[in-house]
Design a protein around this ligand. Structure first.
Ligand code: G3P
Ligand code: MG
Length: 245
């Protein structure tokens, strides 16, 4: 069963702000969103930071990689200029900073654990352990939902923080999806709306799982897949799809 918000801002602010930054979270908030998805991976010194690509070059200029860079350097890197020069003072945030921002503003988080290849278990463990620790120190903490394409990362998250719910991310249909959901003791499956069929949606719902689709940027498409049983959508167009839609 899906007990979470029905419209989630992808990477914080969708296409309206530099992804996976505090500016993105603020942008989502400005549009009334109290639900965000973002991507988390580990720096060289094992600090979780928000980043989608393991290599620099797209949202952060230059060459190099997240797993070879210390968190202290990452958090000084410009993660906003690629989007618009007015965001040139926006840096790569730590997960800790974003976690506290979201908690302070009542924003529910879908934390996508996005390990650099080879760091699946470590990333799942660290993200889950820290989340649990920060939650225990936060008054009226909102429990996030972990998700990942990595079964290994989610299994480690389950071990480190069993009380924080998990969703399995699949890019495409996998006939083994129910086994994976059971193994993870997951609450939901997240998938690309373009890969979803009415039959698959029905099988997920009949088995009792929540279903979220990314990245739905058209209100008519949102309505169509909701009729198939989709519980929630993750969108880049927070300007077109209202949070209460
Ligand atoms: O969590 C949903 C979606 O964000 C997964 O794909 O590549 O945008 O992280 P990606
Ligand atoms: Mg993501």
């Amino acid at each position: 069963m899906w007990t979470y918000p029905k419209v989630v801002a992808h990477r914080g602010g969708g296409r309206l702000a530099p992804e996976n930054t505090l500016a993105a979270m603020q942008c989502g908030l400005d549009y009334g969103f109290r639900a965000v998805e973002f991507d988390v991976m580990l720096s060289k010194d094992g600090i979780p930071v928000l980043m989608h690509d393991p290599e620099f070059g797209r949202t952060v200029a230059g060459s190099g990689s997240v797993s070879n860079t210390l968190a202290q350097s990452l958090t000084q890197m410009d993660a906003g200029s690629w989007f618009d020069p007015r965001f040139s003072d926006v840096h790569v945030p730590t997960y800790e900073a974003v976690f506290h921002f979201c908690q302070a503003h009542g924003i529910w988080m879908n934390v996508e654990i996005k390990p650099v290849p080879g760091f699946e278990q470590e990333t799942g463990t660290v993200v889950a352990r820290l989340t649990s620790e920060w939650m225990s120190k936060t008054e009226h903490a909102i429990t996030p939902l972990f998700s990942s394409f990595s079964l290994d990362a989610l299994m480690c998250a389950k071990q480190s923080a069993p009380d924080i719910a998990r969703a399995y991310l699949l890019e495409d249909y996998d006939p083994d999806f129910l086994n994976a959901l059971q193994k993870l003791d997951a609450v939901a499956l997240h998938t690309d709306h373009k890969k979803l069929t009415p039959e698959w949606a029905s099988a997920i719902k009949q088995a009792g799982y929540g279903l979220m689709c990314y990245t739905v940027n058209d209100i008519d498409r949102a309505k169509e897949i909701r009729a198939w049983g989709v519980d929630a959508i993750c969108t880049d167009r927070i300007d077109l799809i209202p949070f209460q839609a």
